[in-house]
Ligand binder design. Structure first.
Ligand SMILES: *C/C=C(C)/C=C/C=C(C)/C=C/C1=C(C)CCCC1(C)C
Length: 246
């Protein structure tokens, strides 16, 4: 196991911010008694909890491996714990969006399936050492899953969210756009970082992933849980049963 370098400062900051986010969400949901609304809190609390554990392990050098590769002398420092974190937290983030949109099981299943495909193939891209070309090929396969996922977000899930009452559609659009923007940065950071073309050193790559992770998890969660009245509208029986709009 390798020792973390100076980049560990970002990992400690990430640990602290994820832990604070989790505590804040627990506080926000403490007195929530409606089981349907509790679902939002449960899902949203587990996201920074899992991420805090992953950051803590990386900061201590647990989630770090050195990969010897044939095309360069220096070993690649890979924080693999990220992918374990993302495997669970990205489906939970999508589940939040799907709950807000009132999506059915098939849509949720499609989203989660594409997402797991993206993370697993992205992990293969990260650990494959045959050649740099193969790494980029797997990056491309993962990006294919990502594009399909974005398509479902802007088509089927957005159409479903538009049938939700009150401010729910607006909150969905805000969170969907934030998700599209932040998630799109991940494959770019991977590609220019040490996993890909190594244009950016590990120190700055770690900082970039930390800012993205905190925004996509804690920032997202705050926007979602901040408005109780919108969550109330999102959990009325069924869109048909809701009071007529306007
Ligand atoms: C909280 C963590 C989040 C929101 C992580 C999101 C990660 C991605 C959208 C990763 C995407 C990747 C690709 C599309 C290509 C291969 C490399 C990845 C795994 C970084």
């Amino acid at each position: 196991m390798a020792q973390p370098g100076t980049e560990s400062i970002w990992l400690w900051i990430g640990t602290a911010l994820m832990a604070l986010g989790a505590l804040a969400f627990i506080g926000m949901g403490w007195r929530e008694e409606d089981p349907e609304r509790q679902a939002f809190y449960i899902v949203t609390i587990f996201i920074p909890v899992i991420a805090a554990l992953s950051y803590f392990s990386m900061a201590m050098g647990f989630g770090l491996i050195e990969l010897q590769v044939p095309w360069q002398e220096a070993a690649l420092d890979i924080y693999w714990a990220r992918y374990a974190d993302w495997l669970f937290t990205t489906p939970l983030l999508l589940l939040d969006l799907a709950l807000l949109a009132g999506a059915n099981r098939n849509t949720i299943g499609t989203l989660v399936g594409l997402d797991v495909g993206m993370i697993v193939t992205g992990f293969i891209a990260t650990i494959i050492t045959v050649s740099q070309t193969f790494r980029i090929v797997w990056w491309g396969i993962s990006s294919g899953f990502f594009l399909a996922l974005l398509y479902i977000l802007v088509s089927r899930l957005s159409a479903q969210a538009a049938t939700q009452p009150g401010d729910v559609g607006d909150l969905f659009s805000t969170l969907r756009n934030l998700t599209i923007l932040l998630w799109t940065a991940y494959p770019i950071v991977w590609l220019i970082g040490t996993e890909g073309l190594a244009l950016v050193p590990l120190y700055w790559e770690t900082a970039a992933f930390m800012v993205l992770d905190v925004s996509a998890k804690v920032g997202f969660g705050f926007l979602l849980l901040r408005s109780r009245s919108t969550l109330e509208q999102a959990t009325v029986e069924a869109p048909e049963a809701a009071a007529p709009a306007g």
